[in-house]
Structure formats: structure tokens, C-alpha cells
Design a protein around this ligand. Structure first.
Ligand code: 1QQ
Length: 384
């Protein structure tokens, strides 16, 4: 039970809270109670997002989802959230600087982000140490909520997504032999690899080869030539979209036409934008399916399209739900206080969002049933 209520219980957090309080407290701007004149809880929520650089489409979707949720939440009057958005450019050092700035701001009650697990691995421990609740909306590597009691996520872990996608691919293609390709310099892509290897072994698949690459790599000829020669039934690839799309493009150009199975990083429209038809045959599991027959989903999709001129992806949807979860926790906390928010977050159960029903488990992790999608004819479709 790592996420139990811990008011007055954790002395390290309490003492760092006192230090921060001594620097001016942590209530939202406005009056001393952290409430608006109408009695709504007022809070600044810091956001650390990947807004510039090669993975900027992730951060763009996330901030769009947050802003849409913010507008709706503030319109309802129970909570008044001010988003303080910082760009991390997908880099650990920049994410940490952003986090420090936000944590030092007396008005910031909680933080949403950062975008990458690689970033959360440095930011999470810092937030935990300072007693600032932090929630990733897209951090899916193993072990993120286990960083500490103040660290949460509402994103579908790779450990749930990848086995679901592999199962469907095996069923459909009677797959027996796979090749694995993964980025070995990123927390998320490495964790995705661990999950792929474990899932492949458990399902009795033969792993013909394991190939690696690095961020920003542009030539995958060596890895793909080897994979092609081994004739796998499937390629399991753990990549962010920027590298993943280029890998698929080069694979198809070399005549590799077998399906790819990817993790959360691949579930971005950017894969199709970059790779075009070469993206066909990519299978991913997702917590978000925009075609769902559900009034909340439909309303979100139509509002998002109207506001931003494109369909929301998984990253927008997860961020949208995340701010609603924060708002519900702030309402339940009844004040803009970091410890009270942490405790209220830990208690969220049966939250009904656009991703379906959501609860945190005892470790602040997510339990959800993903939908498996495949890219066909240049679009994500349900994979049956
Ligand atoms: C992680 C991810 C990425 C795909 C986020 C964009 O899941 O880094 O954990």
C-alpha cells in the first residue's frame, strides 16, 4: 500500500513542504483561502510538455487537450484552474528546470506532465521529494508511479498495451517468429522492449533477432537488412513516432511487408503524416478510440475538431481526462494545497472520462482495457 492517505505521515515530504511554505505557502493566487469569490477552489496547475523539437506533436496534442478541459472545467464554476505551461523540448535537463521553476512557484498546487518517461524519471523524484503531486498523461514505462507517493499517471502502461496488441496480431496472422527493434537510449523505448521480450517469450514466439537504434537516427539499413533476411512474421518495434515512422518507411521501401506491432509512441497520427502508405500494417493498443459510441467521446471529438481543425489523438484525450481528474481531486480536497491534492488524487475511483472508467490502483497506476487498432488505407481502424 504505497499510495495510502499520508497526511502528517511522511516527514520528509512534510518538512520539505514546510520549507516551501516558508517561502510563501502553496495556495493559488487570489485570496488567502485559495478560493474564488464564488467559493470555487482556485489553483495553478503547472504543465511540463514536449512542445518544441522532433516529438512536438505529442506536446501539442497534450496542451490542446488540457486547454479544452480547462475551459470546460472553469465554466462549471466549482474549480478554477490556471495552467502554467512550460516547454521541455523532450529533454531531461529542460524538463527538470521547468519542474523546479513550477515547484518554486508558491501558487502551483500540482503538475501535469512531463510528456516522456525519460523526463519523468528525473522530474518525478524531485516532485516527490518536494511534496508536489505530479501526474503524467503519457508516461507509460514500467515503474513511473512507483517513483513515489506524489507521482501518478493516467496513461495506459506499455505493460498493458503491448501484450494486448501482440495477442491480436498472433491471433490474426498465426505469427510464430518475430524480430524486435527498439531505441536503447530512452526510458520508454527500453521499457517497451522489456515488455515485448517478456510477452513474446510468454506467448511462445521465437525471437529471431533483437536490433537497436538511437534517437534521431536516420538510417536503419543495417538493422532492417538483417531482419528482412530472417523472414519474421511480425516486427515488434519500440519507438517514438519520429524514429518509428522513418523505420516503417525504410522497411517498406526495402520490401519488408510484414505487420509491425508498436507501443504507445507509435499511436500518433504523425506516423501516418510522416510515413504515408508505409504506415499501413502498424498495430497498436490504445486507451483511446475516437469512434466510440459514447456521448462524452463524441462531444469531445467535435469540440476538439472545431477548436484545432484536426481529430484528437490518444495524447489529447489522456490529457483532457487528466485535467478533469485533477479538478475532481481539487474539489474533493476543498483547497489548493499540495498534500490535500495528493491525498485526493490517491482516492480517485470510478472516474468516468472519455477514456472510460478510471481508477488509480494502490500504486497510483492505471487499470484499463485497451482497444487494438491497425493502420489501413492511411487511417487507424479497429483491429479485429
Ligand atoms: C513515454 C511514452 C511516450 C510515447 C510519450 C510521448 O509513452 O515516454 O512513456
Amino acid at each position: 500500500m504505497r499510495k495510502q492517505l499520508k497526511k502528517f505521515a511522511q516527514f520528509t515530504a512534510l518538512s520539505s513542504l514546510l520549507v516551501l511554505s516558508a517561502c510563501g505557502g502553496n495556495q493559488a493566487a487570489g485570496d488567502e483561502e485559495g478560493k474564488s469569490s464564488g467559493g470555487a477552489v482556485k489553483a495553478d496547475i503547472g504543465v511540463i510538455s514536449y512542445i518544441s523539437g522532433p516529438g512536438a506533436a505529442y506536446g501539442e496534442a497534450i496542451t490542446n487537450g488540457l486547454k479544452l478541459a480547462q475551459e470546460e472545467i472553469n465554466g462549471k464554476g466549482e474549480v478554477e484552474i490556471n495552467l502554467v505551461i512550460e516547454d521541455s523540448a523532450g529533454k531531461q535537463d529542460q524538463a527538470l528546470t521547468a519542474a523546479q521553476k513550477l515547484m518554486n512557484s508558491e501558487n502551483v498546487t500540482g503538475i501535469i506532465g512531463p510528456t516522456l518517461s525519460t523526463e519523468m524519471n528525473v522530474v518525478g523524484p524531485e516532485a516527490d521529494l518536494n511534496g508536489v503531486p505530479i501526474m503524467g498523461t503519457s508516461t507509460t514505462a514500467e515503474g513511473i508511479p512507483q517513483i513515489g507517493d506524489y507521482v501518478f499517471r493516467n496513461s495506459l502502461p506499455e505493460a498493458l498495451a503491448i501484450p494486448a496488441a501482440i495477442d491480436k496480431a498472433i491471433e490474426k496472422y498465426d505469427a510464430k517468429k518475430v524480430a524486435i527493434l527498439y531505441g536503447n537510449d530512452d526510458v520508454f523505448t527500453k521499457s517497451g522492449f522489456d515488455t515485448m521480450k517478456k510477452a513474446a517469450e510468454e506467448k511462445g514466439l521465437e525471437i529471431l533477432t533483437t536490433e537497436t537504434f538511437q534517437k534521431g537516427q536516420s538510417d536503419y539499413n543495417a538493422q532492417l537488412t538483417k531482419i528482412k533476411g530472417l523472414k519474421p512474421d511480425l516486427i515488434l518495434a519500440s519507438a517514438l513516432y519520429n524514429e518509428g515512422a522513418v523505420i516503417m518507411d525504410q522497411a517498406r521501401k526495402m520490401g519488408i511487408d510484414v505487420p509491425f506491432v508498436g507501443g504507445n509512441g507509435f499511436n500518433s497520427p504523425e506516423v501516418i503524416n510522416i510515413a504515408g502508405d508505409a504506415a499501413n500494417g502498424l498495430i497498436v493498443a490504445t486507451p483511446w478510440y475516437g469512434e466510440k459510441e459514447d456521448d462524452k467521446v463524441k462531444e469531445f471529438v467535435s469540440k476538439y475538431e472545431k477548436e484545432y481543425g484536426k481529430k484528437p489523438d490518444q495524447f489529447a484525450a489522456q490529457a483532457y481526462d487528466a485535467l478533469y481528474i485533477m479538478a475532481e481531486a481539487l474539489t474533493n480536497a476543498g483547497e489548493a494545497d499540495r498534500d490535500a491534492l495528493r491525498d485526493a488524487l490517491a482516492e480517485i475511483k470510478g472516474f468516468n472520462g472519455i477514456l472510460g472508467e478510471f481508477s488509480f490502483d494502490e500504486e497510483g497506476d492505471v487499470v484499463m482495457d485497451p482497444t487494438v487498432l491497425v493502420i489501413e488505407g492511411g487511417a487507424f481502424k479497429e483491429f479485429n
